[in-house]
Design a protein around this ligand. Structure first.
Ligand SMILES: Nc1ncnc2c1ncn2[C@@H]1O[C@H](COP(=O)(O)OP(=O)(O)OP(=O)(O)O)[C@@H](O)[C@H]1O
Ligand SMILES: C[C@@](O)(CCOP(=O)(O)OP(=O)(O)O)CC(=O)O
Length: 338
């Protein structure tokens, strides 16, 4: 059967990726570090199907057909087909020459700053790799769909190495520790808006590279030391240092966005109220207080917090074997549309 269905997780960066040195290959200016979130609560689910009967590559995203002409989609598909053709066993069964139909859905808001592109491209590339029997590192392929997607191919804590090769061959993700390393850690995702961001990450960071002096300082003077220090804190399960670096790096990322001209404002009053609440909680050494209850009480105006996802660090992408999981019919059409 030439159909595969997979799910892939989102990831949240504790050292942020912001700025590219190559727009087409998606090569970053700095290393980044993230935690992969449990696949149970938030995931992208993707079915890919290849058939000699298909006449063109097609993709449906959240129930709507989208154009397959996007350069990023094309780059991922081309690269994985190239890898399929040069498989170690030298046998190409011809499947990589057939057109593909892709159907994907996210079980959380798309393009709202919740890393939908990360889960989405990780899932697509992981599923295509199963379909074409491609083995070895595929994070460098997912990276060409969306930079942060390379980190969603691994569970636990993950580092995306900026690399130095001009062809991007060393700009890949590696696992720092598996999800089982720090099981006590809990992650709360507080969604203050589920609308599409006004400025996408891609164009936001492009403007920052062009106009922000602070970005240059961050890349050369802050991120290298922070990356080493946060990895050490993760390995030692040193929560205080981990939390300190994570908050400082997030603040600096938002400061770079404000230093960009014209500025990108991604946080609103509710986001700032939450940041203040966390600091007050820490100062009050609220280890015995119920943080979730405090968050639900604050900010005081009801309805400002859209929803709260209580999750933890999780595993990387998974294959779903059962036929009822497939999002495409045997004829290659989205089940939701037939
Ligand atoms: N399941 C998916 N499969 C393939 N592509 C996807 C999927 N989900 C999202 N995308 C692509 O990612 C784009 C959204 O990426 P964008 O970077 O703007 O938002 P985000 O990833 O949700 O936010 P952020 O990068 O700030 O965390 C979508 O417009 C679509 O092109
Ligand atoms: C703020 C971030 O989430 C930005 C993510 O940017 P994307 O990976 O979505 O950008 P492109 O590579 O242009 O697709 C920080 C991070 O995840 O490291």
């Amino acid at each position: 059967m030439n159909i595969v269905t997979c799910i892939a997780p989102v990831n949240i960066a504790v050292i942020k990726y912001w700025g590219k040195r190559d727009e087409n290959l998606i090569l970053p200016l700095n290393d980044s570090v993230s935690a992969t979130l449990s696949i149970k609560q938030m995931n992208a689910k993707t079915s890919v199907m290849a058939s000699p009967n298909f006449t063109e590559d097609k993709i449906w995203l959240n129930g709507r057909e989208e154009t397959f002409h996007s350069q990023r989609l094309q780059n991922c598909l081309q690269e994985i087909r190239r890898r399929a053709k040069q498989r170690a066993d030298g046998k190409d069964d011809g499947v990589s020459d057939w057109c593909v139909h892709v159907c994907s859905e996210n079980n959380f808001p798309t393009a709202a700053g919740l890393a939908s592109s990360a889960a989405g491209y990780a899932c697509l590339v992981f599923a295509l790799a199963q379909l074409y029997n491609v083995s070895g590192d595929i994070s460098g392929i997912a990276r060409q769909g969306s930079g942060s997607a390379c980190r969603s191919l691994y569970g636990g804590f993950v580092r995306w190495h900026r690399g130095s090769a001009s062809d991007g061959s060393d700009s890949i993700a590696t696992q720092i520790v598996p999800h089982s390393h720090w099981p006590e850690l809990r992650i709360l995702v507080l969604v203050v808006s589920d609308k599409r961001k006004k400025v996408s990450s891609s164009s936001g960071m492009q403007n920052s590279v062009k106009t922000s002096e602070l970005l240059k300082h961050r890349v050369s003077h802050c991120v290298p030391q922070r990356t080493e220090a946060v990895i050490k804190a993760i390995i030692n399960k040193d929560f205080e240092t981990f939390a300190d670096i994570t908050m400082k790096d997030s603040n600096q990322f938002h400061a770079v966005c404000l230093d960009t001209f014209p500025p990108n404002v991604y946080m609103n009053d509710t986001s700032h109220a939450i940041v203040n609440l966390i600091h007050e909680y820490n100062i009050a050494s609220g280890k015995n207080k119920d943080l979730i209850a405090s968050i639900r009480m604050e900010p005081h105006e009801p309805g400002l917090l859209k929803y709260l996802i209580h999750t933890e660090v999780g595993v990387g992408p998974q294959v779903l074997d059962e036929p009822h999981h497939h999002l495409l019919t045997d004829a290659g059409l989205p089940k939701v549309l037939v």
